[in-house]
Structure formats: structure tokens, C-alpha cells
Design a protein around this ligand. Structure first.
Ligand code: ADE
Length: 407
């Protein structure tokens, strides 16, 4: 059956993509339209069983325009970022044949066909958990599968990059570098996998979703203002990051947690220093974020070697990385000691994700949490044991995870 002869068919593809957390940050574009960065960045892909986007894309001759629904609500596809991704994927589409159903789409037909896209994030889109990274990675990946685009994953990453810069890194699992590239077309500004998720699978990642009433500066605006006004950003991108990238690659290759943690914390702190160096200054972290840094620094100093790495993106949420499950259990105990839920919150809706970490920490009931001992680094220094109930909305326990998959 030729494409035009019957109009009641529909062809679909569903994919799931992870989010990622940068340990060497992307901050600043050299080309706003193509989303080309001023430095390389490195990220850890997070396990999609805990944080992911699931996207179904469908094509049918019955559809009269491209449409998209995000978490069940229609959103506009007229923005440049969506238009670029759709155009780039369509221009690479191949022939698709489903003999059983008598569907035959020639590559020249894709320009005349419209798509419907339904995307769901399994975490609150407004929580500041890099939803656009998972979202655009999933959009590009699912469309590429539907339209039989036969490009390497690196080439797909360059398309996802044009939707949201950090989305390019979500095309791979494990540990990923986004190479800034030199070409003005952006063809070499792509993601490459440094190591897969099994390479360093004892790492445990705990995300503290920090309550915030403040409307944050968007990353796009913040980056532009930093590029225009921050002398520190110029120094960072030319003098600091090139060396840090090499050191981070080595730390990941050799699974050297001390080095990994020092580099991760230093990079997060420099990124936020750049934000303060921007005119007008940008404040992404709040008092709770600062408190978390201070507790982690105290613990690391007390032990003499890093127990945990912390990193913060363009928002107040903390991403904490522990070298193994034993340390992760101690980390979770500390976090729950300082930041218990407010009285009306159930424990099971307060610590989400990998429940085995909660079990290892020995916290099954609210009574277990009330009985948590004062951390030794606090006792030793007579530091404050003040608690801040409700300042963290919830925690998510996760680990390094795999890249996009088709269902
Ligand atoms: N922004 C936030 N979530 C998204 C999604 N799932 N797809 C595209 N853009 C997004």
C-alpha cells in the first residue's frame, strides 16, 4: 500500500532517556543559536529507573500539524530549539517499511508527514533536575528511531545539543564528555562516552531537592550575562577547565574517588563563583545549599580524605556522590539528621529511588530517624546540632545509569 492510498495508519516509537549531572560544568555559549559552549564539560548519567523522560512519537497521514504534549499538557513546538531538532532529524530520515501492516514511507515523504509527541518526566519538571536534558535527548532519540535515522550516537548528540546543551550528554550512559569543538557549524561539538555505567558502579548518588520560593534566573539568561560581564568566566574557560578536564578523565579512568571528589567540588564552587562574579550577580544556591556544603566539608576534613563529593547546578538542589554503599548509608543518616521531613511528611515519600540505601542506613520508621546520633565531626568540634525540618523537600537515591533505550 503506497503512502497516499490509505490514511488510517499510525506508526509509533517509545524511548526512555536519562538525565545527567555535570561534574565539570558547562557555563557559557560561544554561539547562542547553535548552542556551542566555551569549554568542554563532563557528566555522570543518572540511573533512568529513578529519573527519566519517556517519550512516544507517532506519525500518521491523519495528523495535520506537529504537536507535543509534556506531562499531558499541550506545549508549543514553535520555539527555535524544537524546530531545529525536528528539522535536523527529518533531513536525515530514511525509508521505513512495515510489510505486515502495508506501510511504506520513503525518505522523501517525511517532509510531508506530521508527528505527535507525548513526553513524560518521572520527576517534577519544576524541581530543577535537568528535565530538559533528558527531554531533548529522548525527543531526538525517539524521532531518530521512528524515522530510521542511521547516524552514530555522537551525531545524534549534536542534534540534541541544539535543543538543550546538556541534553547531548544524555545520549550516553556512564561518564560522558561534551567536547566543545572548534567548527563554526557545531559539527564537532558532540558528546563522547568516557566509560559506561558498569565501569564505576559502586558510586551512589543522593540528590537533595531543596525547597525554594525564589524564581531562578534561567540558565540561558544567566550564561549570557556571565559571558558578557564575568572576567572569572574567561579565566575559568581558558585556564582552569582544560586542565581540570584532563584530571577528571584520569580520576574516572582510575576510579580515584579522592581526586574525583576534589575536582567535582572545586568545579561546582567555581561555577557558583562565576555566578557571583556576574553583573548583576546571580544566586542559585540558598542557605540550605550552603549548609549542605558546610556539613560535607566538615565531614571530609574530619576524616582527612573526601567521603563525599557535592555539586550544584543552576538551582539550590544538592547532588551528593558517595564512593560506595557503606559511605552512602552514613551520608543519608547525616542528611536526615540535619534535614528531617516536616511533621506531615511520610518517610516513604521523603526518601525516593533506591530503597536499599535507606535500609542500609537503618532508617525504616520515623522513630529510627529521631534516634539518629549526632555525627562525630560535629560532636568533636562542639558545632551546632540545629536541625532544619522541611528545608529539604525530598531525597532521591540513585547511581550511574545507562543511556537511552527503545521500548
Ligand atoms: N523540558 C522539560 N521536560 C521536557 C521534556 N520531557 N521534553 C522536552 N522538553 C522538556
Amino acid at each position: 500500500m503506497a503512502l497516499e492510498s490509505k490514511k488510517d495508519w499510525i506508526l509509533m516509537a517509545t524511548a526512555r532517556s536519562p538525565t545527567n549531572i555535570a561534574v565539570v560544568k558547562y557555563w557559557g555559549k560561544r554561539d547562542e543559536a547553535l548552542i556551542l559552549p566555551i569549554n568542554d564539560s563532563i557528566s555522570v548519567t543518572l540511573d533512568p529507573s529513578h529519573l527519566c523522560t519517556t517519550t512516544t512519537v507517532a506519525v500518521s497521514p491523519k495528523f495535520d500539524r506537529d504537536q507535543m504534549w509534556l506531562n499531558g499538557k499541550e506545549i508549543s513546538l514553535s520555539g527555535g530549539r524544537y524546530q531545529r531538532c525536528l528539522r535536523e532529524i527529518r533531513s536525515r530520515a530514511g525509508d521505513v517499511e512495515d510489510e505486515e501492516r502495508g506501510i511504506c514511507i520513503g525518505k522523501e515523504d517525511w517532509g510531508k508527514l506530521h508527528v505527535h509527541i507525548a513526553s513524560y518526566n518521572n520527576f517534577p519538571t519544576a524541581a530543577g533536575l535537568a528535565s530538559s536534558a533528558a527531554g531533548f535527548a529522548c525527543l531526538v532519540y525517539s524521532l531518530a528511531k521512528l524515522m530510521n535515522v542511521r547516524e552514530e550516537q555522537g551525531k545524534l548528540s549534536a542534534i540534541a545539543r541544539q535543543g538543550s546543551g546538556s541534553a547531548c550528554r544524555s545520549l550516553f550512559g556512564g561518564f560522558v564528555k561534551w567536547e566543545m569543538g572548534k567548527d563554526s557549524t557545531g559539527s564537532d561539538s558532540i558528546a563522547v562516552q568516557l566509560a559506561d555505567e558498569k565501569h564505576w558502579n559502586d558510586l551512589v548518588i543522593i540528590i537533595a531537592v531543596v525547597s525554594s520560593r525564589q524564581k531562578e534566573t534561567s540558565s540561558t539568561t544567566g550564561m549570557r550575562e556571565s559571558v558578557e560581564t564575568s572576567p572569572l568566566l574567561h579565566y575559568r574557560s581558558t585556564e582552569v577547565v582544560p586542565k581540570r578536564i584532563l584530571q577528571m578523565e584520569e580520576a574516572i579512568r582510575t576510579r580515584d574517588f579522592s581526586s574525583f571528589a576534589r575536582l567535582t567540588c572545586a568545579d561546582s564552587n567555581q561555577f557558583h563563583a562565576v555566578c557571583l562574579d556576574t553583573s548583576p550577580p546571580i544566586f542559585y544556591m540558598n542557605d540550605t545549599s550552603h549548609r549542605i556544603i558546610s556539613y560535607m566539608e566538615k565531614w571530609n576534613r574530619f576524616e582527612g580524605t573526601p567521603q563525599v563529593a557535592y555539586t550544584f547546578d543552576a538551582g539550590p538542589n544538592a547532588v551528593l556522590i558517595a564512593p560506595n554503599r557503606n559511605v552512602a548509608a552514613l551520608l543519608l543518616q547525616r542528611l536526615l539528621f540535619y534535614f528531617p521531613p516536616s511533621t506531615d511528611t511520610e518517610l516513604k515519600s521523603f526518601v525516593l529511588g533506591d530503597q536499599s540505601i535507606v535500609k542500609d542506613a537503618g532508617i525504616v520508621t520515623k522513630e529510627d530517624m529521631d534516634a539518629l546520633a549526632t555525627p562525630p565531626e560535629v560532636k568533636d568540634n562542639n558545632a551546632s546540632t540545629q536541625k532544619f525540618p522541611g528545608d529539604v523537600s525530598y531525597f532521591i537515591c540513585t547511581r550511574p545509569g545507562k543511556g537511552p533505550v527503545l521500548f
